[in-house]
Design a binder for this molecule. Sequence first.
Ligand code: PGA
Length: 251
Amino acid sequence: MKKLMAANWKMYKTGAEAVETVQAMAGLLNGQAPEGREIVIFVPFTALERACGAMEAIKGAACGAEDVYPAAEGAFTGEISPAMIRACGASWVLTGHSERRHVIGESDSFVGEKTAFALANGLRVMLCIGETLEEREAGLLRNVLERQLKLGLKNVPADTPAEALAIAYEPVWAIGTGKTATTDDIVETHAICRSLMREVLGDKADKTPLLYGGSVKPANAGSILALDNVDGVLVGGASLKADSFTQIINA
Ligand code: PGA
């Protein structure tokens, strides 16, 4: 399986800034993802179409939206549909990012609705899961991951190909804090995630990429990518600059 190198630009970058960063990356990467790597950048809605256009200069790279609404169209002010995302040229969407869950207040079952609807409507989905510090300290790690995975993947269409789905494990306490989980933590938690994925996805689980996220940077990306059951990384802060994300891609 290729390593999936994912960037989450959150609420950063206008269309012009996104294009500038993608063009700089295209230069640094000589127009293609390195061997054994696939690149996806999750971009704010307002920059999506322009970023997708610029991304054509990098082979093996794609864009995604950071969220989606689980309906084809309708009276849902402020939301966007899978078809709108695809029309921008994007092929991916994030669901259940911790900021959607903990800042905006999305429930596990709403995340599951989004995941299933986006998959059924032609998008590849990266479902994010992860525990808060309080949950980890209360010994609830496995319970939280199980609940988020089972409800997040409920109603996923049975014919979903393994490569249409990815799971990103991001401990909430490691996101944007500069604190990375230790390699032992990552190995242990990714083994739990993989076994839960097998319960839900059966044989497909081993072909579904499982990414780590949370303060990944050029200095730690290589050692994280070398761990068992780590099929890629999801990078926030360190993905905003072309040189830093390119160093991670090449790690
Ligand atoms: P971070 O964000 O790399 O800035 O910790 C990761 C994420 O939120 O996906």
